[in-house]
Design a protein around this ligand. Structure first.
Ligand SMILES: [Fe+2]
Length: 287
């Protein structure tokens, strides 16, 4: 059933890969609502809600950005996240494809923000024992832009990126520009004055079912597209196992049962931000 949560309804969501859209209708689900996407003969795209009897509704608002088709079931006050790196002509654009996960969107965001799991989940890629400590970092809700940012994050990584085979401390910045979009900026190993930008667009299908697509804007002139894709997909499939096994599947917004530690500071701030917004879809604990 389609949610009545206005916070979830009034947001933009990536729902298809733009390049895969053709004249043949594609059906998927968003916030408990069936939607159908199609490319018109003139090249533009539409998305419509489909009722249980098969009737299609009026075309919904659409945008094509970052390799994806975006839509909304409500009236967003804000535009789709601005990713400055997407405008830089020398970047490698790597859309990584959709991965479906049996959990809530906020759980996927929380996992994306979490560095403490690197050595245990992405062993010998994004982390390795004995380097298990998460060094102190800053995390805040930026009121001027209404986003969550975690800065000065560092972590010892055995591989860092597809170009690297030796380990080093990677420098990371995390950004949550909307409840279902999360980003990672990583100082480029091969160009230390620039940052790779990796965005994860989450399509919440049901409260505890979603799919997500990572898109990367990388400074990397050497790796093959296949190698970049394979690097990301290995990591993502490791994450899927973790997030699908967390309970409850919906993200608790009352942290009283969980002991905050420095490592999950970003999780605490993200939850506080969602609670302030009053997001119910995919969360538990709001009255
Ligand atoms: Fe992970």
């Amino acid at each position: 059933m389609r949610t009545d949560d206005p916070v979830a309804l009034d947001a933009w969501y990536a729902v298809e890969t733009a390049s895969e859209l053709t004249a043949a209708p594609r059906a998927t689900r968003l916030l408990g609502q069936d939607i159908v996407s199609q490319r018109r003969p003139d090249g533009t795209a539409w998305v419509r809600a489909r009722a249980e009897d098969g009737t299609l509704g009026a075309p919904l608002p659409v945008r094509e950005r970052y390799g994806c088709l975006w839509t909304t079931l409500g009236n967003p006050e804000r535009e789709i996240v601005a990713i400055a790196e997407a405008e830089e002509a020398d970047r490698r654009f790597v859309p990584c494809g959709w991965v479906r996960m049996r959990t809530s969107g906020p759980r996927v965001v929380e996992n994306f923000l979490d560095m403490a799991h690197f050595p245990f989940v992405h062993t010998d890629i994004l982390g390795a024992e004995p380097h298990t400590e998460v060094p102190a970092y800053a995390c805040e809700i930026r009121r001027d832009v209404d986003e969550v940012w975690a800065t000065n994050c560092t972590f010892f990584q055995p591989r860092i990126a597809a170009t690297e085979s030796a380990g080093d401390f990677v420098r990371l910045t995390y950004r949550v520009p909307s409840p279902f979009v999360v980003m990672l900026y990583r100082v480029c190993p091969s160009a230390p004055d620039r940052q790779d930008a990796i965005a994860l667009f989450i399509q919440p299908m049901e409260e505890t079912l979603c799919r997500a697509q990572a898109v990367m804007y990388l400074v990397d002139t050497t790796s093959t597209h296949t190698a970049l894709l394979a690097f990301e997909q290995v990591i993502f499939l490791q994450d899927r196992i973790i997030v699908e096994n967390q309970r409850p599947l919906r993200l608790p917004l009352e942290p009283r049962h969980e002991i905050p530690t420095r490592a999950d500071k970003s999780s605490v701030v993200y939850r506080r931000w969602l609670k302030e917004k009053g997001l119910r879809f995919g969360t538990v604990g709001l009255p």
